[in-house]
Design a protein around this ligand. Structure first.
Ligand code: ZN
Ligand code: ZN
Length: 295
C-alpha cells in the first residue's frame, strides 16, 4: 500500500526527502520520469495559497496504478495514454496506404492569458473543424477521417522567433513587442486524404481557404524511413507529448521537421510550466484535447 501524501508534507520536506518520495512512486523508476513528476509537482506548489494548483499537485503525486491521476503531466499516465492512442492510430490507419495520409497541423490562436485556453474554447474549435469538414464531406467520395489532439505550446517572453514565425503568429494574436510569455494553441492530426468527385477539390486547398493566414495550415507527408506502424506509433506519441520544454522547432522555419526532429532546449520557467499545466487541466486533459472523426 503506497502512502498518500498531504500538502503539509510537501511544504515541509527537505529537498532530499522530496526526491526520495518521488523515487518511491510506483512506475517512475526511470530517472527522467522521476524528474518530470518532481518538476510538475514543484511548479504547481510555488504558491501554497493556490488551492486549485496544490490540489492538482497532490493528485499527481498520489497517482497509483489502482487510482491513476490521469493527468497528462504525470509520466506514468501519459505513457499509458500515449500507448492507447498509438494503438488506436494503428487500428485506424495501419491499413491505409501512407500516400493517402498526412500529418496535419493547424495553428489556432496565441493567448497571453493562459486561462483563456479552456474547454469552452477547445469545444468551439472542434465544432468549427467538424462543421467545415461536414461541408467538404458533401463533395467527397469517402469519409474524411482524422485522429488528433490540440496542444498548447508556450513561447517565452524573450524567445527568438524567425521573421516568418513572427509573421505567422502575429496574425493569430502574437505581439513581438509584448514582453511577456504567450501560449500558442494548435492542433495536430493524422488525416486520411479523401477522393473528391470533382477534381478541382482537394482537402489541403479547401482547409487553406478556411484557415487563411500564411503557414497556418501544414500538411506533411509521412516519413518513409521507418515502418508504417512505427511511424503511426511515433506520431501518436508525439501528439500527446505534453512536454514542459521549449522546442527549437517553434523557432524554426521548417514545419515539416516538427514531428520528425523536434529538439528540446530549456525547461519552461516555473510560472510558464504552471500556466500550461493548469490550462491543460481546464481543457479536461486527454479527453478534452483529443479529437476524432470517423475513427
Ligand atoms: Zn498519474
Ligand atoms: Zn505541436
Amino acid at each position: 500500500m503506497t502512502k498518500k501524501f498531504t500538502i503539509a508534507e510537501i511544504q515541509n520536506q527537505s529537498a532530499f526527502e522530496q526526491k526520495y518520495r518521488y523515487t518511491e512512486k510506483i512506475g517512475d523508476y526511470a530517472e527522467g520520469k522521476i524528474r518530470q513528476r518532481k518538476y510538475v509537482v514543484e511548479n504547481l506548489c510555488t504558491d501554497f495559497s493556490d488551492k486549485k494548483a496544490t490540489t492538482l499537485a497532490l493528485r499527481i503525486l498520489n497517482c497509483t496504478g489502482r487510482h491513476p491521476c490521469n493527468n497528462p503531466f504525470c509520466p506514468k499516465c501519459r505513457h499509458a495514454q500515449q500507448e492507447l492512442f498509438a494503438q488506436s492510430m494503428i487500428e485506424n490507419f495501419g491499413n491505409v496506404d501512407a500516400d493517402k495520409l498526412r500529418f496535419l497541423t493547424i495553428l489556432h490562436e496565441v493567448h497571453y492569458n493562459s486561462a483563456d485556453i479552456n474547454l469552452t474554447l477547445i469545444k468551439k474549435l472542434k465544432k468549427k473543424l467538424d462543421n467545415d469538414l461536414d461541408k467538404l464531406q458533401l463533395f467527397a467520395d469517402e469519409n474524411i477521417r482524422l485522429l488528433g489532439a490540440y496542444e498548447i505550446h508556450a513561447i517565452a517572453a524573450d524567445e527568438k522567433l524567425s521573421d516568418r514565425k513572427v509573421n505567422t503568429l502575429s496574425a493569430l494574436g502574437y505581439d513581438k513587442d509584448k514582453k511577456s510569455p504567450s501560449f500558442l494553441l494548435h492542433f495536430h492530426a493524422v488525416i486520411c486524404m479523401p477522393k473528391f468527385k470533382n477534381e478541382k477539390y482537394d482537402i489541403e486547398g479547401e482547409l487553406r481557404k478556411i484557415y487563411q493566414n500564411s503557414y497556418q495550415v501544414d500538411f506533411t507527408k509521412l516519413r518513409d524511413d521507418k515502418s508504417h506502424t512505427d511511424n503511426l506509433h511515433d506520431i501518436a506519441t508525439y501528439m500527446l507529448k505534453f512536454r514542459l520544454q521549449h522546442s527549437v522547432s517553434v523557432a524554426s522555419d521548417d514545419n515539416s521537421k516538427q514531428f520528425t526532429r523536434t529538439q528540446y532546449s530549456t525547461l519552461y520557467s516555473p510560472i510558464i510550466a504552471k500556466s500550461v499545466v493548469m490550462a491543460v487541466e481546464s481543457c479536461n486533459g486527454f479527453q478534452g484535447l483529443k479529437t476524432r472523426r470517423y475513427t
